[in-house]
Design a protein around this ligand. Structure first.
Ligand SMILES: C[S@@+](CC[C@H](N)C(=O)[O-])C[C@H]1O[C@@H](n2cnc3c(N)ncnc32)[C@H](O)[C@@H]1O
Length: 349
């Protein structure tokens, strides 16, 4: 591991994290969207849906620029956003802190949250838990502030799992992420990102760490062939111990109508937004398919001129064809879902 990454892997490196994220805050959201191939919106929707409707006090930890905050809003719910980087929080404050609905934003270290024991009903963390080392201590702090039975929802980029796709996924994390990171004011932050994904592992390690701190895994889901994963867990503990609020005692401002609207804007607006998202994803995927098609065409015409070894030729050839097939199929699938979402009032996402 290179010298400039070393301090960021030290335990409790909150200061290093804060200054690294301060430096990249300006272009963070843009690069995040590019590197997740425009998929992070759909993944966040899955994270929001995993938070119980009757969760009244919800913390989005490592909230960064606050991109996960709006999806958590519900009538009668208090939403907190916490992060160690002031500049990321300034972006969050500028975007979401002044609207009619505003989350409560605070700068704080995940290892020392300024919250009372058992004061939260749910915690969400998107692309943040990987940075919290040592992980058992971070999870112990989450268990402290979450009430027994409370929900922890974690979305995280994961390392390549063993299997046929391992080489492609490993290539993406090892080479493509640092390459995109060159567009950032601090490319070393993206070398760190790549290294920290490998260090985080592909899931079983994290599930074990959660179990050791008293969390029970409820659900796990993989996105983009395992490049990102979602874990939903419940904090164990005796019933009646440290409840943030008795869910019977706090009434939901929307009443008891049953079906879960995604936000106060109401179901039609959410369905429109979800459909628009599908459209954007289909277009992105289509553009990637076209780019890969062009790359295959170029490769076929100029491969003899390239100074590559046999193994490199084979790897490049396999990558191009696999990418073309994969993204072609994905474009068709997204296109069909987009069309279906337009016909009916079905929920999409
Ligand atoms: C990759 S960003 C994710 C931001 C946002 N959740 C998202 O989905 O885009 C990770 C965030 O974790 C924050 N972070 C890192 N270490 C932290 C710590 N010890 N306490 C609180 N936040 C921390 C960073 O400042 C950064 O904003």
């Amino acid at each position: 591991m290179s010298q400039d990454l070393q301090p960021r892997f030290e335990p409790h490196a909150a200061g290093e994290m804060a200054s690294m994220f301060d430096d990249v805050s300006g272009r963070y959201d843009f690069l995040n969207r590019v590197m997740t191939l425009g998929q992070d919106g759909a993944w966040r929707e899955a994270m929001w849906r995993a938070v119980p409707e009757d969760a009244h006090v919800v913390l989005d930890l490592c909230t960064g620029s606050g991109v996960s905050l709006p999806g958590l809003r519900r009538p009668g719910r208090v939403v907190l956003g916490m992060d160690v980087s002031f500049q990321m929080l300034e972006v969050a404050q500028a975007q979401y802190g002044t609207s009619g609905w505003a989350p409560r934003i605070a700068c704080s270290d995940a290892f020392r949250l300024p919250l009372r024991d058992g004061s939260l009903d749910a915690i969400t963390i998107a692309f943040g838990v990987r940075n919290l080392r040592p992980r058992p201590a971070a999870l112990a702090e989450l268990a402290r502030v979450l009430r027994p039975g409370g929900t922890l929802v974690v979305l995280e980029a994961s390392a390549p799992a063993p299997g046929a796709l391992h080489p492609f996924h490993a290539f993406w994390v090892r080479h493509m992420i640092p390459l995109f990171g060159r567009l950032s004011p601090d490319p070393s932050a993206y070398r760190y990102l790549s290294a920290s994904i490998f260090e985080f592992g592909h899931g079983p390690e994290f599930v074990r760490d959660m179990a050791a701190q008293g969390f029970t895994l409820v659900r796990e889901k993989a996105f983009l062939l395992g490049a990102t994963r979602l874990w939903v867990a419940r904090r164990g503990g005796a019933v009646g111990q440290n409840h943030a609020a008795d869910s019977q005692a706090v009434r939901n401002a929307r009443g008891e109508s049953g079906e879960n609207p995604q936000s106060p804007r109401g179901a039609p607006a959410v369905a429109d937004e979800a459909r628009a998202w599908l459209g954007v994803q289909a277009l992105t995927s289509g553009a990637l398919t076209a780019a890969l098609g062009y790359a295959v065409y170029t490769w076929l015409n100029f491969r003899a001129l390239l100074p590559l070894t046999e193994i490199q030729r084979f790897a490049l050839w396999t990558l191009l064809i696999a990418g073309l097939v994969l993204f072609g199929a994905r474009t068709v699938w997204l296109g069909l879902r987009f069309a279906a979402a337009g016909k009916g009032s079905d929920r999409v996402g």
